[in-house]
Design a binder for this molecule. Sequence first.
Ligand SMILES: Nc1ncnc2c1ncn2[C@@H]1O[C@H](COP(=O)(O)OP(=O)(O)OP(=O)(O)O)[C@@H](O)[C@H]1O
Ligand SMILES: [Mg+2]
Length: 236
Amino acid sequence: MRALHVDGLTKRFGKKIAVDGISFEVGAGEIVGLLGPNGAGKSTTFLCTAGLLRPDAGTFTWDGRPLGANRSQTVALIPETPDVYPMLTIWEHMVFVAKSCRLGEGWQDRAHEFLRRFSLDDQRDTLGSALSKGMRQKTLVAATVLSDAPVILFDEPMIGLDPLGQRELREIIRSLRTHGTAVFISTHMLEQAQALCDRVVILKNGRNIASGTFEELQELAGTHASAEDLFLELTR
Ligand SMILES: Nc1ncnc2c1ncn2[C@@H]1O[C@H](COP(=O)(O)OP(=O)(O)OP(=O)(O)O)[C@@H](O)[C@H]1O
Ligand SMILES: [Mg+2]
């Protein structure tokens, strides 16, 4: 199976070790959750994996091939803070992605579909600078999913989305799994993680303290506790 493999990822900021030698894999057609308390190293892991932050150590491969510095066609990241281009409209974000990723025929229909699902289709000519936070988040999700990158990293994508937007995003993420995309998603919403993810990786202080399915983690902790109680027990 094609998979993203990250091995021995380490990132320091001065004396602080933000990520401490973690290894994980995310297979094509798999949704893996990245959980952990604030400051655990989730966003740092994403930034290093997307090639936007230089790690101190670690190797990254996709489908057995090393990922070079220029990996944006392979790994797409929806970052923690949804920064859009202020002087581009929503639709121009779609065009920008379509051109830079050289998308083939039919991308317009897919772009319209994503915007419709996010209730943005009547706002397509609105400039980035005039979008609310949730609208910016939805614009970035639509543009990133449109890119059709084989690996997509979502850093807390549900934050700021209205209930319908959250439902649509869950549906979109599930359809990415069907499509064979490798999805890696960080969240603090544990019930949602349990419902959506095939497996989770739990970080604490930059270390991978547990990973597996929720059932495996329950077994590890010797409890049938809820996702929240299980998480609190494991990260205590
Ligand atoms: N640019 C930076 N400079 C210095 N320290 C940083 C920087 N970015 C992150 N850190 C530190 O690295 C550690 C991991 O931060 P990171 O943002 O990866 O955590 P996180 O798991 O994403 O947390 P949250 O749930 O709050 O988003 C923290 O201790 C943080 O203070
Ligand atoms: Mg973060």
